[in-house]
Design a protein around this ligand. Structure first.
Ligand code: COA
Ligand code: AMP
Length: 629
């Protein structure tokens, strides 16, 4: 069957399509049907089934006689360590860790926050939670104590699983002060924190709250897999929205298993046993879906890579990992390739490696710019597939179904909607628009299995954020168009989310931090175009009259404040002091116009602007930090 037929088969009978896809999963009790729509517009999938994620990701492969296959390759250029873990070893390690968690009171439904660097134990912690039916919430290591505290208060975890440190080039990230700080700041207090000691920076576990990863496992019985209901949350992953408070995206267990498994062959074109590598971080959705769950559920070998595309030790690291570990399919963010291209524009370093094992490169997380795609294609000599998805969906909305039929690539488009997704472009009133017309990208409900059924403890916010604007549709927050061949083009966000090095960040969240500075009367944060990271945040500060402060000092203070409150991942390093912000007559800050000025783009003078002269002041301020031409 070609892709057209596959997509049509889903359109004609989604129920049959998803029940067939569900056959690939081991169920403790099979679902009687796929879609449960009695609570529309909230939908659930395979709700009456019983299933365990860890069984499907680990134990079933051992039971099928594939225990000796490598499940995880750990490659850490930052420490010089390489390791391999078979499926049988993974089963033993995860069952033992789950046993230790159970002995300390973790049960089905309890939340567990995981705050770990890119080590295989991060995957083991996720799987140990899944084994017990506990709901994990992984927090990216580049977030500060305050962000961790916000997540602790929202998820109210019984436990935290952490490591003693993370490793950034030239810098040890000490986790203990961050954990201490977060637990002090949070209202909710977890019962305990299990710490994996790393030899690069062991810490003293100086009170009963902290327990040792290995010691906790001494003498405990390994835990078996606990079957859970199909709609049981597998995990919560926080992501940025318009305001500072992150949204807790809920991932339902059964749909997650079925959908991720389906993508491995049909989109990534790998077979069980093939090596699959997603160079991301377990703290992001790409890491959840394609470092941890999908490759393991599908019986692939996954790579946990602790390093950067450049500097660990050089821009040839990716090529080394691909050739050394026989990688079939590689997935990363375009920013990583921009970093490599900047260091090694001619692609000289790839000549030292044989990467003929590779069949395709997949890019996501941010817009894939044509230059980067061309460069990657030329240097690597493999097809480059852009694909578009979100934390909320957990897997491809629009992509190229290479495992069914590789569709012609149109550079600038992530290609076409996958089965399960009826993607439409709507105008402000919610009417479908014609080919090549720009509008809001929306997806007709129901969303397919595995996508978010709601936000954690925030059903109203879920409806407000995604369902209310266009009744009957999910609002993606992206704007774009669909051409006459059905190819989608993503043009911009419709909200205040920016994308920095493939990381989704809220300018609203940064504004909240700036506004809390005692000398700042008013502020705005915008995302300006950056050659390497796609976008970078820039802050505009209006100082309190009479503050009498040195402007450079205040700028340095707010930069430090964002790093302390949100974390280094915000990459907030640029801010300027201005007298006034451009606003509409009703007082709305004209952020979009400021972005156009920063990027040196033509813009239309907003008809509702209060005082056009301010735009000149904004331009001068931006020029002082190297933007606006
Ligand atoms: N723990 C602690 N700090 C972290 C961190 C982590 N896990 N990850 C990043 N940081 C820090 C970095 O050290 C840096 O700090 P600095 O301000 O002291 O330099 C800051 O956060 C910004 O990090 P990053 O955006 O990664 O920038 P960089 O300059 O270190 O590297 C790239 C640039 C392009 C090489 C890098 O962003 C990259 O590899 N991106 C890949 C993108 C990706 O995997 N996206 C995931 C979605 S697919
Ligand atoms: P995240 O939830 O962090 O994965 O971020 C999702 C957002 O990143 C999307 O809503 C888009 O704005 C952007 N994004 C992800 N993939 C792509 C892509 N392939 N092309 C353009 N934008 C993308």
């Amino acid at each position: 069957m070609g892709f057209k037929e596959v997509y049509a088969s889903w359109q004609e009978n989604p129920e049959a399509f998803w029940m067939q896809a569900a056959e690939a999963i081991d169920w403790d009790a099979k679902p009687s049907k796929a879609l449960f729509d009695d609570n529309a517009p909230l939908y659930e999938w395979y709700k009456d089934a019983r299933v365990n994620t860890c069984w499907n990701a680990v134990d079933r492969h051992v039971a099928a006689g594939r225990g000796d296959q490598t499940a995880i390759i750990y490659d850490s250029p930052i420490t010089g360590v390489k390791d391999q873990i078979t499926y049988a070893e993974l089963q033993t390690r995860v069952a033992s860790l789950a046993g230790a968690l159970r002995a300390k009171g973790i049960e089905k439904g309890d939340r567990v926050i995981i705050y770990m660097p890119m080590v295989p134990q991060a995957i083991e912690a996720m799987l140990a939670c899944a084994r017990l039916g506990a709901i994990h919430s992984v927090v990216f290591g580049g977030f500060a104590a305050n962000e961790l505290a916000v997540r602790i208060d929202d998820a109210t975890p019984k436990a935290i699983i952490a490591a003693s440190c993370g490793l950034e080039p030239g810098r040890v990230v000490e986790y203990k002060p961050l954990l201490d700080g977060a637990v002090e700041l949070s209202k909710h207090k977890p019962d305990f924190c299990m710490v994996l000691q790393r030899e690069q920076h062991p810490v003293e576990l100086d009170n009963d709250f902290y327990v040792d990863w290995h010691e906790s496992q001494n003498g405990v019985d390994p835990a078996e897999c606990v079957p859970v209901e199909g709609d049981h949350p597998a995990y919560i992953l926080y992501t940025s929205g318009t305001t500072g408070a992150p949204k807790g995206v809920v991932r339902p267990t059964a749909g997650h298993l079925v959908a991720l498994n389906w993508t491995m062959k049909n989109i990534y074109n790998v077979d069980p046993g093939d090596v699959f590598w997603a160079a991301s971080d377990v703290g992001w959705v790409v890491g959840h879906s394609y470092i941890c769950y999908a490759p393991l559920i599908h019986g692939n070998t996954t790579i946990v890579f602790e390093g950067k595309p450049v500097g660990t030790p050089d821009a040839g690291t990716f090529w080394r990992v691909i050739s050394e570990h026989n990688v079939r399919c590689f997935f990363t963010a375009p920013t990583a390739f921009r970093a490599i291209k900047r260091e090694d524009p001619k692609g000289e370093l790839i000549k030292d490696y044989d990467i003929s094992c590779l069949r395709g490169l997949y890019l996501a997380g941010e817009r894939a710019d044509p230059d980067t795609i061309h460069w990657a294609q030329d240097v690597m000599g493999v097809p480059v597939y852009d694909h578009w998805w979100q934390t909320e969906t957990g897997y491809t909305i629009v992509g190229n179904p290479a495992g069914i039929e590789a569709l012609p690539v149109k550079i600038g488009s992530p290609t076409v909607p996958m089965p399960g997704y009826d993607v439409q472009i709507l105008d402000e009133a919610g009417h479908p628009m014609g080919a090549n017309e720009l509008g809001a990208i929306a997806i007709k409900l129901p969303l397919p299995p595995g996508t978010l059924p709601t936000l954690w403890n925030a059903e109203e916010r879920f409806k407000k954020s995604y369902l209310n604007t266009f009744p009957g549709y999910y609002e993606t927050g992206d704007a774009g168009m669909i051409d006459e061949d059905g190819y989608l083009y993503i043009m911009a966000r419709t909200d205040d989310v920016i994308n920095v090095a493939g990381h989704r960040l809220s300018t609203g969240g940064m504004e909240e931090v700036l506004a809390a500075h005692p000398d700042v009367a008013e502020c705005a944060v915008i995302g300006v175009t950056d050659q390497l990271k796609g976008q970078l945040p820039v802050g505009f500060l209006c100082m309190n009259s009479g503050a009498g402060r040195d402007e450079a000092e205040v700028v340095a203070e707010v930069v430090k404040l964002v790093r302390e409150k949100i974390g280094p991942v915000a990459a907030f390093k640029l801010a300027v002091v201005v007298d006034r912000l451009p606003k509409t007559r009703s007082g709305k800050i004209l952020r979009g116009t400021m972005v156009s000025i920063a990027d040196g783009k033509d813009y239309k003078m907003p008809a509702t602007i209060d005082d056009p002269a301010i735009l000149g002041e904004i331009k001068t301020a931006l020029q002082s930090i190297g933007y606006a031409g």
